[in-house]
Design a protein around this ligand. Structure first.
Ligand SMILES: [Zn+2]
Ligand SMILES: [Zn+2]
Length: 306
């Protein structure tokens, strides 16, 4: 059953609501790899047909996919990314890079990406548009934006499943990134909220759901639990290096939602890049040569399918 909660406005939540669940994220990844047909999505993502058909409908309703006839004029249509969908390119690259860096990749995902500009295999990184320095959780300062406040969020209950390693493309990664509460719990760190009670009151979240997500974040090495009081033992949670490395991905979703799903008041959150002091505008660039990456300047290398 879904539920509705009053939570702080967040463009990342808005993005995740438009993108949908783990299945939709898989489909968007596959779409960037050239998949357009129902049958291809079905076999590559291992999605049950009825689920696939629902998710395709939702992605079209959210203006991420559009049905387009094939250029040869034949009747067969394919699902293509709209301009709004294509603008997710940076976020998709960053989530892939994070998966590669931490060994959370599986069948169907590129094993490396070559940038044709410099000819090297590379990991994409996020760079500030003003000063070209890399963007990280410690180089950004956050403050409430003109659109800040509270809003009702429909939180879909995600039943996190355990997958066999070969069952599904990037299952572990998208399970993690596709779960609303997980994203919101990670987000509390960006505001220095580290203790259970403070997280619970900030997010208005049930204690069993929070405990469950914290356990998952600890077991996947995104959070570490540190004692701050010995008797009785009390803990706070901090981002590990692996967890902090997710920040550019969250930021790219936020910037995408600020551009494509903004409400009339403007962004809920303003992020300033400390080295240059500007409100952050950022691009995803080649980690080797620093050039901005585009779909036609990268070559993904795929694992052979067995
Ligand atoms: Zn900057
Ligand atoms: Zn390059």
């Amino acid at each position: 059953m879904d539920e509705s909660k009053l939570v702080p406005k967040s463009s990342v939540n808005r993005a995740l609501n438009a993108l949908g669940d783990r299945w939709s994220l898989l489909m968007i990844h596959q779409s960037f790899l050239g998949t357009t047909r129902f049958e291809e999505f079905h076999s590559l993502c291992n999605i049950p047909r009825s689920t696939l058909s629902n998710r395709l409908k939702a992605l079209r309703a959210n203006n991420i996919f559009a049905l387009q006839p094939k250029p040869d004029g034949l009747q067969r249509q394919g699902y293509h990314l709209t301009d709004c969908g294509e603008a997710l390119f940076g976020a998709v690259l960053l989530s892939w890079a994070w998966g590669i860096r931490w060994g959370m990749v599986s069948k169907g995902m590129p094993t490396s990406i070559v940038h044709t500009g410099c000819g090297k295999p590379m990991l994409p990184v996020m760079a500030c548009d003003h000063c070209q320095e890399r963007v990280s959780v410690t180089s950004c300062r956050r403050e409430a934006g003109p659109g800040s406040g509270m809003e009702n969020l429909e939180v879909k209950r995600v039943h996190r499943r355990r997958h066999a390693a070969t069952e599904s493309y990037a299952a572990e990664l998208v399970d993690l990134l596709g779960d609303r509460w997980t994203g919101m719990v990670i987000g509390t760190q960006y505001f220095g909220i580290r203790r259970f009670d403070a997280m619970q009151s900030y997010l208005n979240i049930a204690s069993n759901i929070l405990a469950d997500r914290l356990k998952a974040l600890e077991s996947t090495g995104i959070f570490e639990r540190c004692l701050y009081e010995l008797v009785p033992p009390r803990y706070e949670y901090r981002l590990t290096t692996k967890g902090a490395a997710l920040f550019p991905h969250a930021l790219s979703l936020m910037l995408w939602a600020d551009e494509w799903l903004a409400d009339i008041k403007g962004p809920p959150l303003l992020v300033h890049h400390q080295p240059c002091g500007h409100v952050l505008g950022a691009s995803v660039v080649c980690g080797e040569c620093g050039e901005v990456l585009t779909a036609d300047t990268i070559v993904p290398r795929l694992q052979p399918r067995t």
